[in-house]
Ligand binder design. Sequence first.
Ligand code: SF4
Ligand code: MSK
Length: 630
Amino acid sequence: MSEEIQVMDSNTEVLLEKGKKDGADTIWDRKAAMKTPCGFGEKGICCRICAMGPCRISPTKDKGAQKGLCGATADTIVARNFARMVAAGTAAHSDHARDIAHVLYMASEDGNYKVKDAGKLMNLAKEWDIKTENRDLYDIAHEVAETALNEFGKPFGTLKFLKRAPYQRQQVWSEQKIEPRAIDREVTSLMHSTHIGCASDPDSIFELSMRTALSDGWGGSMIGTELSDILFGTPTACATQANLGVIEKNMVNILLHGHDPSFSEMMVYASEDPELVKLAKENGADGINLVGMCCTGNEITMRHGVRIAGNFYQQELAIITGAIEAAIVDVQCIFPALADLSDLYHTKFIATSPKAKITGAEYIEFVEEKALETCKGIIKEAVLNFKNRDMENVLIPDNKSHANVGYSVETIIQCLDRVVNSYTDEFNTVKPLADVIWAGVLRGAAGIVGCNNPKVRYDESHITIMKELIKNDVIVVASGCAAQAAAKAGLMTMEAKELCGRGLKEVCERVGIPPVLHMGSCVDISRILDIVSRVAKEKDLDNRDLPVVGAAPEWMSEKAVAIGTYVVASGIDTFLGITPQVTGSEYFVDLLTNRVEENVGAKFYFEENPTECARKILERIEEKREKLGI
Ligand code: SF4
Ligand code: MSK
């Protein structure tokens, strides 16, 4: 085990020991081999946007190169690099959403994909002025899908979902000229503006970045969430388990990793095929055990209770157990390292998306038109691989935690309805939530999201911040790998109410919810935007006025940069536990952490110490409460 080992749960330690014996190379080893990272890259002052470069700006003022060959300053280069991360992150979320929209467009009564939540479809059709009376359900679904697809490239107007924001927020966007028009247009436009010889003004580059990021949060991500709910069902509260202990010794274990629910949903159905279960038994296993990882794990646990093997940092550890017959992946957050690692074991590593072919992986293309057939074929491969498992070299740690998941906005509202006073209040609103915040029973709410990052101790920042917040009566909603960290730590159980302050504990008891609510995958941060906006509208306020924050304690991906930027642009302060690669420009740091507040009413905080981060979050929440006079 590396002397630098930075782990939080014992499963990880045990498996890293085993990996070492097996000759496995993991992110912990590669991190140690990387030694000191490039100082220019870390500060964001290396530019390789054109072939005159790369140009590196000296981090010391008045010494060394202060400009690139074209004259770009550190401020410009940092802003451009940041912007391009936003563009890439927005592209990833939104391209995912586009695929879901195509799936809705092909849905039919007798096909692989059907409409599961017709009510949600009707609501969205009405919201988008699509005729519903006397129409076939699938005609409506196809028109909704086509309208969604038009959001990517429509030539005129702005994104439809912007109207879901409080009126005051829409005003801010309009005044700041950052209302996103079409999703692809914003990504393209930002890539254009950051081409050599275009924008050099960092403020303007950041405004364009906010506009692009908003086309993710209120565009691509929101479309991804809404249409996934229509197709696969809106999540409802259900029980699951989380951590590597969900891998079963006597079953065919299939690890699903990636992001696209149109693939993972079909894998869930295929895994229940009696013929395949029979085949598994004929091959000596007790059955088929599907387990999830990263956001695919979130999608299938939210809708089916499929157990979570782990988050981003555990993808290699799952294979090191020696008990995974197939690791099947689609897009995003997949280590290319899984290919070599799988070779050490009997694991079949199968890539399925033409967007993410991986060197060394077996490739079985997932074609939506033949979805169920393809998935059954993949599962059959896994089942037949069971006999190749080296039973002597299996180590499945015991650790796993119970968790309650599935808290879509609709489910949260249903839970809140339990405490509605039927004489004075209406059902089906977020009013009870707003009321307990205004009464001070809850001090506020925090959305904690994002990945794992070897720059900090694995999962520790997530858990430290969550525990500190719930202890101080701040309810936490979580998504992505942060949610899985919480699930593994037992924070998504009713028992976790014992870790809460008096107010939050009472809310958990009366409403029947855990103090940390699993709201889904990365695209489902749109659910968080939705609920925050509903509370703001309930009080006729802007998001910026609410005692609500966002935090990404261990983020690492470009998607997270897009998320942080749209959360700030939506009026919600965002605390980053990993400092982004922008410190080479004091000007840009000041813009992100200070001046942007003048424009959009929220800003970034960079704080790598989780205890200190929690303290700052609580301080900010109290500041907002004081301003509201509550
Ligand atoms: Fe250098 Fe300018 Fe080209 Fe960047 S765009 S690599 S700073 S010359
Ligand atoms: S999967 S983007 S590691 S949260 Fe969405 Fe986890 Fe971050 Fe990927």
